[in-house]
Design a protein around this ligand. Structure first.
Ligand code: FE2
Ligand code: FE2
Length: 350
């Protein structure tokens, strides 16, 4: 799209963050009346405890830059710069997606419990997005967030899909940040930027966000029963397959952190899946080699699709069908089942 007189030119970073490709984070809207009907009274003590933790704001002073950020980044090799900037842009888009979704829910709902939780989570995500954005500015990359709120396409999602998807994205966010943090703690020679030192406290925010969703779902157990179990399986697989393919498409970034992308993804997916057993009655059997083989096949199909871009339409259709078939086969692999306790109590597994 070419800029018109009334439309300022879109810089490259905003253009990247704006892409609506299927594998990019999206911006969501939902049915706010249904959110109002959520009732957390079944797990009130656990809810009050986590809200108290949010209110105490343990990371209030965490996202402050120190002298380590005052470096000359222009000396970086262009490949590392590009890999890091791409990582920051996809992270800031994800953080900002959370921030605006949570803020919108807070603005639109009347239920005081839901209102408060989403306000507090939006506070955290806004802080995370701002911190990343500051780092992008060090690399002369500007993401125009106000522009994104206006021009980004919003996807409608039923509330329950939001609970499943955001619970998983919070937990997978936790697992990614902590895995990178632990790697660099053991191998500081790979810590090429100070922002990675901030990941430990940062991922505690993400973990807490996931816990709040877990309590919310457990106190409304209809969300975890019957046909909803099939939706949960779908979201688990969609989140895992998306991450696997995206990460494998940018292996260079992980190599710079001293990580093999395959090993990283296996650890992060297995950890997220394990944590999600605290709330989901069915989870993925990550010990099944077929699960990993199908994810790998989806990645290979995606590489072939990218190589074919702008060429054969028939090849593209064949590869898209092959990926759909992989996903279907993933879906029908045996799952790990754990029945919900009768009182829906949430036992922390972590
Ligand atoms: Fe966040
Ligand atoms: Fe979060």
């Amino acid at each position: 799209m070419y800029p018109t007189q009334t439309q300022p030119p879109i810089n490259e970073a905003t253009r990247l963050a704006q892409q609506d490709a299927a594998l990019n984070p999206r911006f969501y809207t939902t049915d706010f009346d249904e959110l109002d009907r959520l009732d957390i009274s079944a797990l009130r003590p656990q809810w009050d405890a986590i809200i108290a933790e949010f209110r105490s704001d343990p990371n209030l002073d965490h996202f402050k830059r120190n002298a380590e950020f005052e470096q000359d980044f222009s000396t970086w090799d262009p490949e590392l710069r590009q890999a890091f900037v791409d990582f920051l842009i996809s992270s800031v888009t994800a953080e900002f997606s959370g921030c605006i979704l949570y803020a919108e829910i807070k603005r639109r709902v009347k239920n005081p419990d839901v209102r408060e939780l989403f306000g507090l989570m939006s506070r955290d995500e806004g802080r995370h997005a701002g911190f990343i954005n500051h780092t992008l500015a060090d690399f002369n990359v500007r993401v125009d967030l106000s522009f994104l709120t206006k021009a980004k396409k919003y996807t409608y999602f039923k509330p329950k899909y939001i609970y499943y998807a955001t619970y998983l994205s919070e937990k997978i966010g936790y697992a990614r940040y902590i895995t990178i943090y632990r790697q660099l703690e053991a191998h500081p020679e790979f810590r090429f930027h100070p922002i990675f030192k901030w990941f430990e406290n940062w991922c505690q925010d993400e973990f807490r966000h996931g816990e709040a969703f877990a309590i919310l779902m457990r106190s409304n157990p209809h969300l975890l029963r019957g046909v909803n179990k099939y939706w949960i399986r779908f979201f688990l697989l969609a989140v895992f397959a998306t991450m696997y393919v995206r990460d494998h498409l940018r292996q260079g970034f992980f190599q710079r952190l001293g990580l093999q992308v395959d090993d990283f993804d296996r650890r992060v997916i297995a950890l997220t899946n394990e944590i999600s057993q605290q709330v989901f009655p069915d989870t993925i059997d990550t010990a099944n080699p077929k699960f990993w083989a199908l994810l790998e096949q989806m990645y290979r199909n995606t590489v072939a699709l990218n190589e074919n871009a702008g060429r054969s339409r028939l090849t593209a259709l064949r590869l898209q069908a092959a990926n759909a078939l992989c996903f279907l086969r993933l879906y029908f692999l045996p799952v790990k089942s754990k029945p919900l306790p009768a009182d829906c109590r949430l036992e922390p597994v972590w």
